[in-house]
Design a protein around this ligand. Sequence first.
Ligand code: OGA
Ligand code: NI
Length: 365
Amino acid sequence: MMKSLLCWPEPVIRVQSLSASGILEIPERYIKSPSHRPSLNNDVSQPQEVDVPVIDFQNLFSSEQGLCDEALRCVHNACLEWGFFQVVNHGVSHELMKRTSEVWHEFFNLPLEEKQKYANTPATYEGYGSRVGVEKGASLDWSDYFFLLLMPLSLVNQNKWPATPASCRELVAEYGGEVVRLGGKLMKVLSMNLGLEEDSLLNAFGGEENVGACLRVNYYPKCPQPDLALGLSPHSDPGGLTILLPDENVAGLQVCKNDSWITVKPVPNAFIINIGDQIQVLSNAIYQSVEHRVIVNSNEDRVSLALFYNPKSDLLLKPCEKLLTKDRPALYKPMTYDEYRLTIRTKGPCGKKQVESLKSIRQSD
Ligand code: OGA
Ligand code: NI
């Protein structure tokens, strides 16, 4: 298995180059089977009535008990019902968010040769990439990305981050620091809502110094046949929590809710938060990761910054003892995140198949 992760199974094609070539029909590899195409479950003539909850994060730390309790309850319900929510007043500088997003727009607008210096391999995925998964002949998504490590500090190598634009490394380091801090606060909020000590989830992830964090900047070029393709196929995030800065001007993220796809409307200056598979494991499925995907359009490119807040990769993760009862024993066997993420890194996005298979292993023990 490790050997197959050393190189890509076929020549890498940059989706941005395909898009820029002016083709009117997308290559076969990007055409989804009819049941996976975006238009099917998505009747645009029917405006959606529901939307992902928006939380005022500041209220969670209010000295006014009523406000604080109400905000905690909102987060809890969002975790139970959606696995997704947006946060405003989250404490991260809006100016920094804007500048970091802009610098990545600039990076993707650099000439191809400049970006190719950072071409990645499936060995670590760090750098400039155009696919996830190494299966030859697999269906591909309409996006390129840049993936880099932010935490733990011992694994950070800024030489692998873009040297141009000149401010990129500094901005990414500052942005990473602030968003990781927000991730730590979210972990406390989720712990309290689960009835655990406030440091429980964070400690299970290895503690503040040891958690993993990485940034995946997604670039979704405009697509001449958006009804046939997806920017990112349905998946749940394998890690702990995801803190997404979506494109201010272009929607695209869709969340699966009651078997239909809801397009998230980004609130200005908000982050979109979602539960990953490892929180599902630790909470023994009280909180569950939720499938999501990205649609593309023919008019505009879209850039999003996904910061993944993950466990220390060599720790064994299993459901918290305190959440186990006789009626609801542990649903998942212990596994390290290193082992867990090999599946998505090999097979690419597969909905919620992986975390669900972990469950069935345990139940048939
Ligand atoms: C991801 C993801 C959503 C988006 O990177 O895992 O779900 O809007 N991104 O780009
Ligand atoms: Ni995701």
